[in-house]
Every structure is written in structure tokens, then in C-alpha cells.
Design a protein around this ligand. Structure first.
Ligand code: GLP
Length: 263
């Protein structure tokens, strides 16, 4: 049984704004914990990026305190760099082990990322897409947002009905992600990512954005004309999507509800 979506079916996503990034992250952690406690075999869609670090810290604290368990859950990550093996220090597989998996109690084999070193990458993309479907689809997808509005590694120009595939990263994204690499020239040029269509098929979606660097992307995603120039604007068509922001990330929009209120 899938969990019931909490968001009212209003035809539009919800938006919650918190005074501080830590509060926004804790709220997202609480949504995930509530979902796991209600439906232990939830299929989670997970994201990398620094924005997610406090969410995963919150979840690991809750797990240590006995307030949640991942033992029956399954996860699918959004994306992985092409050419980096799971053991590479800058791979998303390594980031996920470091941020969440090593301290969690996910059952062996239940956490999935696309394999960025497979010889036939198109086949790997199709396999990953099929694996998500075979798991019954994603119940709760966690998303960050790139400064150019990308979700997963769906850069501007990505079709809203795209599925898991190999993509070329923009220079701006490579530069933004250089922190994990010795130099910006070492950031891979390609990645394998769930498509926007894959993401939109999730039962519920929570996008977390914090910091002023995300304000323009969040404003376009929330209230700009939806279209491929801002991949996250595709979420406007998902009635069970929720944007969770801090004040800095929400600075470009006015019609928000304070996070202290009901969601
Ligand atoms: C990467 C990931 C995205 C993530 C984005 C933002 O590009 N593929 O899923 O949302 O980074 O990362 P950060 O949270 O570090 O700003």
C-alpha cells in the first residue's frame, strides 16, 4: 500500500518557508521520518548536494534515538557521475555512504544509484528506470535544486517527459560542484540521471532549497512560466509536491506560508 499524499490535491504544489535553513532541513527530515513510520517499506528517492547534509544528519540522529528505521525501506538516488566508480571519493555513491547509508540500517542491496562506470550506459539508464518501476515507483522523492533550476542532473533544456538517461553537464553546474574534486577540470562532463518524467511519476515530491544562491531558481520554479529553461518548474504540474525553503531561498517570492503554520 502506498502512503496517502499529505498535500491537498489543489492542482499546485505547496510552499513552506522557515526562518532558518536548519529548521527547513529538520522539517524535511520529519516528513521522511513520518513517512517511514507510517509505511516502513516506503520507496525513497534520494538526492545528493550540500543542502541535504542537515536532512541526513537529522535522520541519523532520529535513527540513533530509535525514532525511525530504514530497515524495510528501499532507496533510489537521482543521479551519478559518468566515469566515477562507486568507490571513487567524489562519486555520489561515496557521498551517500558518508552522509546517510553508513549510519543507517537500510537492508543490504536496498539502496540504489545508477552505475556511472557501466560500459553500455544507455542500457544502464533503461535498467535503472525499469528498476524504479519494478519497485512500484517512488513514494517520496527528495530534491535539491541547482542554481540554474536543475533537478537531479536535468539541466535547462531537459524535456518534462524525459526518463533516466545520460546527460552533459553545463559548465555552471560543473563549477558549482567542483568542491568534491581537486580542480574544476576534474568534474566529470557527463552524468546519468533520472529524467524529469521519472521524477514527476513520484507519488510525493519534497524540494528543499536553502540559501540566497537558490533564490532566482526557486522563484522561477515556483511562479515562473513552466518550461524547459527551468527544469524545477515542472513541479508546478505536480499536486503532491512541496517546496520547503529558508527565507533566503524564498526571497524572490511573496505568496508563501510560514513553516510554523500547518502544511
Ligand atoms: C547536484 C545534484 C542535484 C543537487 C544540486 C544542488 O547538481 N545533482 O541533485 O540538487 O547538486 O546541490 P547543493 O545542495 O550542493 O547546492
Amino acid at each position: 500500500m502506498r502512503p496517502e499524499p499529505e498535500a491537498a490535491i489543489t492542482g499546485r504544489p505547496g510552499l513552506l518557508v522557515f526562518d532558518h535553513a536548519a529548521e527547513a532541513a529538520a522539517h524535511v527530515g520529519q516528513i521522511i521520518a513520518d513517512t517511514l513510520n507510517r509505511t516502513p517499506h516506503t520507496v525513497l528517492g534520494l538526492a545528493t548536494g550540500m543542502t541535504m547534509l542537515p536532512v541526513y544528519e537529522w535522520l541519523l540522529t532520529a535513527k540513533r534515538d530509535g525514532r525511525l528505521s530504514f530497515s524495510q525501506a528501499t532507496s533510489f538516488n537521482l543521479d551519478e557521475y559518468i566515469g566515477l566508480g562507486a568507490a571513487h571519493r567524489a562519486s555520489f555513491a561515496t557521498a551517500m555512504r558518508r552522509m546517510l547509508f553508513d549510519g543507517s540500517d537500510f537492508a543490504p542491496g536496498r539502496t540504489h544509484l545508477p552505475a556511472g562506470t557501466t560500459i553500455d550506459l544507455d542500457k544502464e539508464a533503461a535498467r535503472y528506470e525499469a528498476a524504479i518501476r519494478a519497485a512500484g515507483g517512488i513514494d517520496l522523492q527528495l530534491l535539491g535544486i541547482g542554481r540554474n533550476g536543475h533537478i537531479g542532473f536535468n539541466e535547462p533544456g531537459s524535456a518534462f517527459d524525459s526518463t533516466t538517461r545520460v546527460v552533459t553537464l553545463t559548465e555552471a553546474t560543473r563549477l558549482a560542484n567542483r568542491g568534491d574534486f581537486p580542480g574544476s577540470q576534474d568534474v566529470p562532463r557527463q552524468a546519468i540521471t533520472m529524467g524529469i518524467g521519472t521524477i514527476l511519476r513520484s507519488w510525493r515530491i519534497v524540494l528543499l532549497a536553502t540559501g540566497s544562491a537558490k533564490a532566482a531558481a526557486v522563484a522561477h520554479a515556483w511562479s515562473g512560466v513552466p518550461g524547459p529553461s527551468c527544469p524545477a518548474s515542472a513541479l508546478q504540474g505536480h499536486a503532491a509536491a512541496l517546496f520547503v525553503c529558508d527565507r533566503d531561498a524564498a526571497a524572490g517570492i511573496s505568496d508563501w506560508q510560514h513553516g510554523g503554520g500547518s502544511r
